[in-house]
Ligand binder design. Structure first.
Ligand SMILES: NC(=O)c1ccc[n+]([C@@H]2O[C@H](COP(=O)([O-])OP(=O)(O)OC[C@H]3O[C@@H](n4cnc5c(N)ncnc54)[C@H](OP(=O)(O)O)[C@@H]3O)[C@@H](O)[C@H]2O)c1
Length: 257
């Protein structure tokens, strides 16, 4: 796998912590200049920037709340106006929340779509409008391959992002390649005990969680694969083939919220 990203400047959203942080490290080690986007994790982002600067020069941080339309719509044009032309965008920022379908209120629906679909889609659009060429990589979820009612509006939004990935891959070729990585079990969401992850791992065909480094490796591959577009790489130990992990099917909850 070619991993020479010397001519790559990549914007990675939600890169201060967890999977985004690992993608930033792996891209910097492969020679890319990394723009670490964060919202609330300022301290972690600055700490990561110091680590990246120990690897090579040319990295920086940028803060934006991607659910704030003003901050979102000035993100890419602002970087370019500041002399930071991009040729790679990785839409990693996300919020994962479960909710019984009958409890979804309109505000919740809007919030989940805003961060998991609207923001990454509009960043894709701005990349197409303001950047000359390059590639976009969207972080999906292996749940896009099956039906997991518990994933609720998060799952619906990720499926919309999958559709946008494939549509843009066709419409923007050959100038911009658009691909996706769909993780399975990697890191337990904030507030979820690692023991519950261990329980779910029993349903993964490969019988182990995927490491953040594997997600980053898939992104690195897509960033350098010159003719691959519209592709989704599932990094999930085969989970998408057997369906989303459901320890027990949740009964419908019709209690009024
Ligand atoms: N973790 C897994 O096992 C797993 C499984 C399947 C799919 N995935 C996908 O892989 C990607 C990374 O997963 P993860 O678990 O590392 O993600 P995460 O920790 O849930 O979220 C990553 C970052 O998104 C940023 N974010 C959230 N709301 C934002 C907002 N309004 N504006 C700007 N940034 C915002 C946050 O940045 P700040 O902290 O700076 O606010 C957060 O640190 C996600 O797209 C996720 O859906 C992960």
């Amino acid at each position: 796998m070619a991993q020479d990203l010397q001519n790559t400047r990549v914007l990675i959203t939600g890169a201060g912590v967890r999977i985004g942080r690992q993608i930033a490290l792996s891209f910097a080690r492969a020679g890319a200049r990394v723009i670490v986007h964060y919202n609330q994790s300022e301290e972690a982002a600055q700490e990561l920037l110091a680590v990246l600067n120990g690897i090579s020069n040319g990295h920086c941080c940028v803060r934006a709340d991607l659910t704030n339309s003003e901050e979102r719509q000035t993100l890419i044009p602002g970087l370019i106006a500041g002399g930071l032309s991009l040729n790679c965008l990785i839409n990693n920022a996300s919020v994962y929340r479960r909710c019984p379908l009958a409890h979804v209120i309109s505000e919740r629906l809007r919030e989940d779509y805003e961060i998991n679909f609207v923001a990454p889609f509009l960043l894709m659009r701005d990349f197409a409008l303001y950047c000359e060429e390059g590639c976009i990589i969207n972080l999906l979820d292996q749940r896009v391959a099956s039906v997991d009612p518990s994933a609720s509006t998060y799952g619906f939004a990720k499926k919309s992002l999958r559709d946008a990935t494939e549509a843009a891959a066709v419409q923007w070729a050959p100038r911009i390649r658009v691909n996706a990585v769909a993780p399975g079990l990697v890191l337990a969401p904030e507030g979820v005990a690692p023991e519950s992850l261990a329980r779910l791992v029993k349903q993964v065909p490969m019988a182990e969680p995927s490491a953040p480094e594997e997600i980053a490796d898939a992104c690195l591959f897509l960033a350098t694969a010159r003719t691959i577009t519209g592709q989704i790489i599932y990094v999930d130990g085969g989970l998408h083939l057997t369906g989303a992990p459901l320890p027990e099917r949740e009964a419908a909850d019709y209690s009024r919220p």
